[in-house]
Design a protein around this ligand. Structure first.
Ligand SMILES: Cc1cc2nc3c(=O)[nH]c(=O)nc-3n(C[C@H](O)[C@H](O)[C@H](O)COP(=O)(O)OP(=O)(O)OC[C@H]3O[C@@H](n4cnc5c(N)ncnc54)[C@H](O)[C@@H]3O)c2cc1C
Length: 196
């Protein structure tokens, strides 16, 4: 699993505070030494729209399609994902679940290699990527660029960092949460405190 923050709204906490203070016409109370202190209060009262003015974009790679299938259910995320139509999976890599016992990892790898051969067999017989992929496993690795505003990231982290969430999406979301908490602690601090 690899999670990289590739873009974030500059001065994100200041922009959110400007937006909120526009609502209350309290811009005169905005002072650099207290920058961001208003934001947890907005969260506590459910005034969440100001958090939509800040965005973050991540590159997520070396993760399974089982994981990304769950992430893309969050329809407010903007997603661009490696295509299995335009890109051949002839040499696909895979994610091995941690529940595969160390002594049976070779067996799991062998199963994946059998599937690789099946994919190649269908490709060699003239089938397009878009149909040969029907034999591919959920374990197949993929990569995506995913963007969202801070309000949506908070929502995604709340449900996907939970200990009952599936382990891989949880690991990915915990990594994104840790990074965004470094960048905007007044926005993500409460969720990071709960889950990190
Ligand atoms: C632990 C866990 C287990 C899950 N298990 C399954 C599963 O077994 N099967 C499965 O299919 N999915 C499952 N899901 C996916 C889940 O049902 C949602 O599709 C997913 O979490 C995205 O929901 P969302 O609210 O973030 O996003 P979106 O669906 O993108 O919606 C965004 C927000 O818009 C609002 N909204 C959207 N549509 C409506 C609507 N029609 N009416 C009213 N308000 C709306 C809601 O406030 C929502 O939060 C699971 C999710 C989690 C976290």
């Amino acid at each position: 699993m690899k999670v990289e923050l590739i873009a974030i709204t500059p001065e994100c906490e200041r922009i959110i505070e400007i937006a909120a203070r526009t609502c209350y016409q309290s811009g005169d109370k905005m002072v650099p030494e207290k920058l961001g202190e208003l934001l947890p209060k907005l969260i506590a009262m459910g005034h969440e729209s100001p958090f939509e003015h800040a965005y973050a974009t991540f590159k997520i790679s070396d993760v399974s399609r089982a994981m990304t299938h769950q992430l893309v259910r969050h329809r407010l995320l903007a997603v661009s994902q490696k295509s299995q139509r335009y890109v051949s999976e002839g040499n696909f890599e895979w994610v091995t679940p941690p529940t595969v016992p160390a002594g049976r990892k070779t067996e799991f790898d062998a199963d994946m290699l059998v599937i690789r051969d099946m994919y190649k067999k269908w490709k060699d017989s003239g089938m397009k990527n878009e149909d040969a992929r029907f034999v591919l496993p959920n374990a197949c690795t993929t990569e995506m660029i995913v963007s969202a505003n801070f309000r949506e990231w908070r929502h995604v982290f709340t449900v996907r960092c939970h200990r009952r969430a599936q382990w891989e999406i949880r690991d990915v979301c915990l990594a994104m949460l840790a990074e965004l908490n470094r960048q905007a602690p007044h926005v993500f601090g409460d969720i990071a405190k709960e889950f990190c």
